[in-house]
Design a protein around this ligand. Sequence first.
Ligand code: KPL
Length: 315
Amino acid sequence: MSEGPIKIAIVGPGAMGCLFASLLSGDGREVWILDHRPERAALINERGVTVESAGKERTSRVRASGDASEIGPCRLAIFCVKSGDTESAARSASPLVGPGTDALSLQNGLGNVEVLEAAFGDGRTLGGTTAQGANLIGPGRARHAGFGETVIGQPGGGVDRAEAAARIFRECGIETRVTDDLAGLIWSKLAINAAINPLTALLNVNNGFLAECPETLELMRLAAGEVKAVCDKEGIRLLFDDPFQKAAAVARATSANVSSMLQDVRAGRPTEIGRISGAAAERAKAAGLDAPVNRALYLLVKALERSYGGGGGKL
Ligand code: KPL
């Protein structure tokens, strides 16, 4: 890739996509959003991306396009689409990925890095998690709802490419660390999401409610425990000893947050339940274990999606 400004593409203009586009913009970096809806891309080109944070608004000059070949190869292609859309997003994003590109998934759930590897080949992908939180409040507009560490790892071990990507994030003031255990990182986030997201979506409550209610605490304990049992059997090291206690602490720390899954339900969008509770239940089955709570949460959220998706109709 030629020398010049660092070119970064964000794949997906949702809450996290807008937040990262805004955080990474500036200082001569060329930040693009790849948006499959050309009319929204046109709006972002006209108005930029605006993020509200602690009562202040910041508008950043970010370019957007519905056509990845207009953007061309980037230093980083950061996937922020819903995990159910990773495959189709990877197909349309392929012109973003050249010899000097790292395709980085910052998505929830299992399987995203594997989809990117299948699309772009070994040695081109990175995975990560972020404790940053955001809510979408309009096209190209997000509210920064939570602050915290972003962690990046690379599949197959080593940290050189992850460290280079983390350096770009840190230069933009984004608190970022690198791990040499990407599987442990992804499964640790999965345990938290499996304990929090479906319950908030089903009960229509903020994260904090779950940590105050004895019944939801018990369901969180069971869901997180099932994820830990898979990890113990498969030799995956979680970042904490007790995923239930960690999930309860995250629910308390993000008590005012509307989880990403509840945001999807409120917006009438498909959720990421298949890559969270569904994937946890499948991996448990493959390991010869039962995960009845994750399976039930998966089925309940799928039924909820159908109720607003035109299947049964809401009363
Ligand atoms: O990652 C999250 C999400 O909403 O997807 C949590 C940790 C639950 C914070 O809201």
